[in-house]
Design a protein around this ligand. Structure first.
Ligand code: PPE
Length: 304
């Protein structure tokens, strides 16, 4: 069950958690046209800070732009509302979910002049795949479902409707006893996991999927930047599922999942079957930053 907080920001004002409701004929609920973000706030020595808030808000606006939804607020107003949502709920570390959606009005596929509404919720949310997953790694399964074709879905947008594909893959993997699903693109190359980007390590080189069929993850971008800063060679080139099987290390990145090692894929042990050394180094660098222990990346943190 979700760890409820007190207030949710809805269309410019705070309402009680349990009062944050919509009409059942809300357009987005029927047709899936809604864009959202997932953002984390972490506790640090100088108080809580939100990780890469500006970048998340930029992506929210880009998602809206791709979907031709006009956001009835400025970026500054959205940033302020997000900070305020964490503040009024007195949360030290939390997950933040802004959702821009098409409200009640007309029915039918054409969204017409229905209101565009924004909600921002924040609640405490621990390690997405469990604390143990961060240290020990997870078991993943390549999905029988393909990730979206570029002419079907514009994956630069973080669109609610796209997650039906993620849910199918995730349920299939969980029902078969795995913790996460890795999806291939329609050409058969590795795309992304149900809610994370995928990285492999081979002979010291870090490789990740290029920006074709995937969401441009902010954690992915952070890991690439950290690797470059630490002279770790990186390539953004597509790879096949067997390249994962024979990789030295595989890990997933996402705001919710952070940096999660993968120790097994399709019943093949990856590397030593445990978190690899490069994964551990990147985790350490990442967690130092988000917890405010690395002044070189202070620009990524917005104080609450
Ligand atoms: N791909 C997908 C499909 C995805 O959903 C996410 C985030 C990423 C990549 C990584 O993006 P980023 O968070 O910017 O590094 N998934 C979000 C939703 C998870 C959920 O179950 O809800 C997240 O991690 O917040």
């Amino acid at each position: 069950m979700i760890n409820a907080s007190e207030k949710i920001w809805m269309d410019g004002r705070f309402v009680d958690w349990n009062e944050a409701t919509v009409h059942v004929l809300t357009h987005s609920l029927h047709y899936g046209l809604a864009v959202f973000e997932g953002i984390r706030c972490y506790k640090g020595p100088g108080g809580s800070t939100i990780f890469r808030l500006q970048d998340h808000v930029n992506r929210l606006f880009e998602s809206a732009h791709i979907m031709a939804l006009s956001v009835p607020y400025s970026k500054k107003e959205v940033i302020d509302a997000i900070v305020e949502t964490v503040r009024v709920n007195r949360l030290e570390s939390c997950y933040i979910r802004p959702l821009l959606y098409v409200g009640y009005g007309e029915m039918g596929v054409y969204p017409g002049h229905n209101p565009i509404r924004l909600a921002i919720a924040a609640w405490p949310w621990g390690a997405y795949l469990g604390e143990e997953a961060l240290a020990q790694g997870i078991r993943a399964k390549v999905s029988s479902y393909a990730r979206h074709h570029v002419n079907v879905a514009m994956t630069r947008a973080k669109l609610s409707g796209y997650y039906v594909n993620s849910i199918l893959a995730k349920c299939e993997a969980k029902n078969a006893g795995y913790e996460e699903a890795i999806l291939l693109d329609t050409e058969g190359y590795v795309s992304e996991a149900s809610g994370e980007n995928v990285f492999i390590v081979k002979r010291g080189v870090l490789q990740t999927t290029p920006l074709t069929s995937i969401l441009e993850g902010i954690t992915r971008n952070s890991v690439l930047q950290l690797a470059r800063e630490n002279q770790i060679p990186v390539v953004e080139e597509r790879f096949t599922r067997d390249a994962m099987y024979v990789a030295d290390e595989v890990f997933l990145t996402g705001t919710a999942a952070e940096i999660t090692p993968v120790r097994e894929i399709d019943d093949r042990v990856i590397g030593q079957g445990q978190r690899g050394p490069l994964t551990e180094t990147l985790q350490r660098l990442f967690f130092q930053i988000v917890h405010g222990q690395d002044s070189a990346h202070a620009a990524w943190l917005t104080p609450v």
